[in-house]
Design a binder for this molecule. Structure first.
Ligand SMILES: *Cc1c(COP(=O)(O)O)cnc(C)c1O
Length: 428
């Protein structure tokens, strides 16, 4: 699953003890494993190989330029949702023809930026957006390619904040409206509306919603083709799960095993937009214990990372496995489980220093004895971790480190107080 393992009672990322990283660059720090990124990318490629898909890594899940370079170097395309992400993708050397651009509120400036770059597909979320794209392309006398995002009305059974493919949603259009959109725009000379885009939610921990969504999309494609439209692309979106605890998610190959047979021989360029399934288990958040506060039968482990570094627990009540980075051989965790309890462990909440009750990283865990100064690791933090960081409470953002084999390097330096003020320092 990943390259974060305990050896002799100490946590390693590949061949580097994470304590060595903390000593060198301080905490809180995100630590990523290059081998894990490569392995996960390959697992998706291998699983879907028969379809020869374009794999567009979802930048928003983990956007560090050096990680994008690593993936672009393996041939990954990119899924972007803003001009800023497009800028990153291009700086990382991604092939523009393998970039797809989704998002419900693309501005004219962003659309022009994307046409200038020569991206592969615009993923269209509404009639208004499509009308605007047609107008911009017409004025520029250019032809661009687009896929219509369709809500197949399947329930991905994920958190209501991350479910996107139901009928009522700010994303995409429903199946009925999709036909009308093609009638209205499907013959435009300037926007070649040649694809269907799906993205049903994230994370989707079962394969069934994909099977259902793809089946509905294929029906729609057959109908559109029968009506004379050329449909040559099906973008399946992202949302494949990652295991925050052992065995929680199917592997990319499991999704592929069900999806690939549906799409063989359909004369469709398939696109996949995996984010979390590649990045989540490729990163941990490493923090140091500032204080241990004992109260009643519970203790609070106050660490130097906070909701400003990893907001998923506060935002989605998300579970991240948390464990000391050097617990000693007696407390090597036998797995990442929600209910892990070993002899000698006590109940604890892991909280940050920010002035909000929601500032917690882990709740009601059974943890080995922890002391001031001990390193704590929050696992499966590579996706929607650092990218959602904020500066609330004037907290500089954490450093990001990329481990590759025996060595590591800083891929984002820790921010300074001057960084916090940089955009506010105006001439008097
Ligand atoms: C967020 C997003 C993805 C990636 O989702 P993951 O769950 O990280 O795989 C893919 N496509 C679109 C359009 C998205 O918004």
């Amino acid at each position: 699953m990943d390259q974060f393992v305990y050896r002799d009672g100490e946590l390693y990322c590949e061949n580097v003890p994470v304590a060595r990283i903390a000593d060198a660059v301080g905490t809180p720090t995100y630590v990523y494993s290059a081998a894990t990124f490569r392995g996960h990318y390959r697992a998706v490629t291998e699983g879907f190989r028969d379809l020869r898909p374009i794999i567009c890594y979802s930048i928003k899940s983990c956007q560090n330029l050096h990680i994008l370079k690593l993936l672009a170097g393996l041939g990954a395309g990119m899924d972007v949702v803003s001009g800023g992400e497009l800028y990153r993708a291009l700086k990382a050397g991604a092939d523009p023809a393998r970039i797809v651009y989704a998002g419900v509120g693309k501005s004219d400036a962003e659309i022009n930026q994307a046409i200038d770059a020569g991206i592969g597909w615009f993923n269209i979320e509404s009639e208004a957006e499509l009308a605007n794209l047609v107008e911009i392309a017409r004025q520029r006398r250019q032809v661009v390619r687009a896929a219509l995002r369709v809500n197949p009305d399947v329930d991905p059974k994920t958190h209501r904040h991350t479910s996107t493919g139901k009928r009522e949603s700010k994303f995409g259009v429903d199946l009925e409206r999709a036909r009308r959109v093609f009638d209205e725009f499907g013959r435009s000379e300037h926007v070649r509306l040649c694809g269907i885009h799906l993205h049903i939610g994230s994370p989707v921990f079962t394969v069934e919603p994909y099977v259902e969504a793809v089946t509905k999309a294929l029906d729609l494609i057959a109908e559109l083709r029968a009506a004379g439209f050329t449909i040559d692309t099906l973008d399946l979106g992202g949302g494949f799960g990652a295991s925050y605890h052992d065995g929680q998610s199917p592997m990319p190959g499991d999704y592929a095993a069900r999806i690939v047979p549906l799409l063989r021989g359909r004369n469709l360029q398939v696109i996949i937009e995996p984010g979390r399934s590649i990045s989540a288990n490729a990163g941990i958040l490493l923090a140091r214990t500032v204080f241990v506060k004992r109260g009643g039968d519970k203790q609070f482990i106050i660490i130097d990372a906070a909701m400003t570094d990893l907001i998923r627990p506060a935002l989605y009540d998300a579970f991240h496995f948390a464990w000391p980075a050097a617990p000693g051989t007696r407390f090597v965790p036998p797995g990442r489980r929600t209910d892990l309890d070993m002899p000698g462990c006590t109940a604890a909440d892991i909280v940050g220093p920010v002035c909000e009750t929601a500032d917690f990283l882990a709740r009601d865990r059974k943890l080995p004895p922890v002391q001031r100064g001990d390193l704590m690791a929050l696992f499966t933090a590579g996706a929607y971790g650092f990218v959602m960081a904020s500066h609330y409470n004037s907290r500089p953002n954490a450093a990001e480190i990329l481990v590759d084999g025996d060595s590591f390097r800083i891929i984002r330096r820790r921010e300074t107080y001057d960084d916090l003020l940089a955009a506010e320092n105006q001439p008097e």
